[in-house]
Every structure is written in C-alpha cells, then in structure tokens.
Write a protein of this length. Structure first.
Length: 96
C-alpha cells in the first residue's frame, strides 16, 4: 500500500513566532499519527541549484491521510500561527 508524504521547504522569517507554529504543528502531527522522517537538520546541495533550506518530511499511512492532515482543524491552527513567521513551500507526494 502506498504511503503519503508531506515534504516542506521552509524559510523562517520570524524565529520567535515560528516557535509557536512548531508547538501547534507538533500537536497536529501527534493527533494525526505523522511519522517525522526529517525535521530541520543539515542540508547539502549535491546537484543543481535547488537549496531547500529547512526541510521537513512527514510520512502518513496514505496520500489521503497526508492531505487530511494538512486540511485538519489542528494543522489549520498551526498554519494561522505561522502567518508572517515563515515562507512555506509544501507538496504532498504518494510514495512507498
């Protein structure tokens, strides 16, 4: 069965406010059973000119579960807390 992944590239513009987002998003991840594969850490560009900066990868049981997390009331609260604190680029990907 295919899993679903949320992959995000984040540019934090207000670190203090972003901490509030991290608290709410962590709670949303807990509620929705997200498996954290990557959350920050070192990034090194190996090919091309893409530099995603802070990278987050979350694994869910299905593509639909990943999308449901993003649209959930818990994560909407986190997204509201993030407004003005970061530039978010996020995709949902079906995987193994």
């Amino acid at each position: 069965m295919a899993c679903g992944y949320l992959i995000a590239s984040v540019t934090v513009t207000d670190p203090q406010q972003y901490e509030e987002y991290k608290q709410w998003s962590s709670e949303a991840m807990r509620v929705h059973g997200a498996q954290v594969c990557v959350r920050g850490g070192q990034v090194e560009v190996l090919e091309g000119d893409w530099n995603p900066g802070r990278t987050v990868i979350l694994k869910f049981p299905s593509f639909q579960a990943a999308k449901a997390f993003h649209d959930s009331p818990e994560y909407r609260k986190a997204r509201a807390a993030r407004e003005g604190a970061a530039i978010m680029r996020m995709v949902c990907v079906e995987g193994l």
